[in-house]
Design a protein around this ligand. Structure first.
Ligand code: ATP
Ligand code: MG
Length: 326
């Protein structure tokens, strides 16, 4: 059997270049040699957006389109909707019996996300989303999970949950490993590029939007005149060169540090590189845009397939837990 891969994204907005370098790129590479599952995480989106359900619905097909645009092939990868596989919710409940509240409270990603959202108290669903994520991964026995670095604590938590389940009951679940992609900074230089923070370059943006966003992006604040020596290590634009313009990145770093390239020229180069990357995505998106029935069929048949696997795993889980009565 081919090794299984599972990843997904919260349906909180359009996907962006951060997702591309952190996870999407790896998914496209993996789909030829693995059985890939791509989860449209609407339940996990509710953990922070329960008061904006309309936004989740609005973005579901948009995210599906983003997947097809980057080259995720529905003939190779299974795309499915989290809330339509209720076995995941069932498995979450079983896992939650042996996961402690403190292990979740001390999870560094939970901590920093709660801080960023200004939570003084945490919603039960939000605090517990790593448990639900463990169920997302475990139901299909995924061995590999391509994610961005903010997800490392969650994969570690999943590994612990799976080990504990297998020790307590029977070795039916698979302990996954993370395939960690690069991290991309946001345009504001205040943290990672993120859907919810308004500091992202969406995968569907036009050349004009891209140019405008990059032109307004933060750079090294100590560079006031063109020939002031810069500090590329603190400039998000240099990070973009490392991710999207690898051939020139070293030269850019040296020229910036010496003050021989100005921010305007440096930005012009990265705009060109990003535009070159986005062009084939735009072309692929055009092929699928307006084909709603096709998109729905991809999600419906993918969800059916995921659900069949979930039912099979839950049979084993219930047997292992000795709650298979009849
Ligand atoms: P939200 O702000 O709603 O949480 P997000 O932009 O953080 O959205 P997620 O859906 O939480 O996106 O993350 C999906 C995947 O993309 C995860 O594996 C995450 O690690 C990865 N990812 C998100 N942003 C970045 C980034 N800036 N750089 C690298 N990887 C990223
Ligand atoms: Mg996130």
């Amino acid at each position: 059997m081919l090794e299984r891969v599972l990843t997904g994204d919260r349906i909180t907005g359009k996907l962006h270049l951060g997702h591309y370098v952190g996870s999407l790129k790896n998914r496209v590479l993996l789909q030829d040699r693995h059985e890939c599952f791509v989860l449209l995480a609407d339940v996990q989106a509710l953990t922070t957006h329960f008061d904006r359900p309309g936004l989740i619905r609005e973005h579901l097909r948009q995210v599906a389109l983003d997947y097809l645009a980057v080259g995720i092939d529905p003939g190779k990868s299974t795309l499915f909707v989290q809330s339509l596989v209720p076995e995941i919710a069932e498995l979450t409940v079983y896992f939650s019996m042996f996961v402690t509240v403190n292990s979740l409270r001390h999870n560094p990603t939970i901590k920093s996300e709660a801080e960023a959202r200004g939570y003084t108290d945490m919603y039960y669903g939000f605090l517990g989303y790593p448990v639900s994520q463990a169920a997302d991964i475990a139901f299909c026995k995924a061995a590999l999970v391509p994610v961005g670095e903010d997800q490392i604590p969650h994969i570690e938590q999943t590994r612990k949950i799976v080990r504990r389940f297998n020790d307590l009951y029977a070795p039916v679940l698979v302990e996954p490993r993370a395939l960690v992609g690069e991290r991309l900074e946001g345009l504001d230089g205040n943290g990672k590029m993120s859907k919810s923070l308004g500091n992202a370059i969406a995968l569907d943006c036009s050349t004009a939007e891209l140019t405008d966003k990059v032109k307004r992006a933060k750079t090294d604040p100590s560079r006031i005149r063109k020939h002031d020596p810069g500090h590329p290590e603190i400039c998000p634009i240099y990070g973009y060169h490392q991710a999207f313009n690898t051939d020139e990145a070293v030269e850019i770093q040296e020229s910036c540090a010496k003050g021989s390239i100005g921010c305007t020229d440096c930005k012009a180069k990265i705009i060109q590189a990003m535009d070159g990357l986005l062009d084939p995505l735009r072309e692929r998106r055009r092929l699928y845009e307006g084909r709603e029935a096709f998109l729905d069929e991809v999600l419906i048949s993918g969800t059916e397939r995921a659900r069949a696997i979930a039912k099979e795993t839950m049979g084993e889980v219930r047997e292992a837990m000795k709650i298979d009565y009849f």
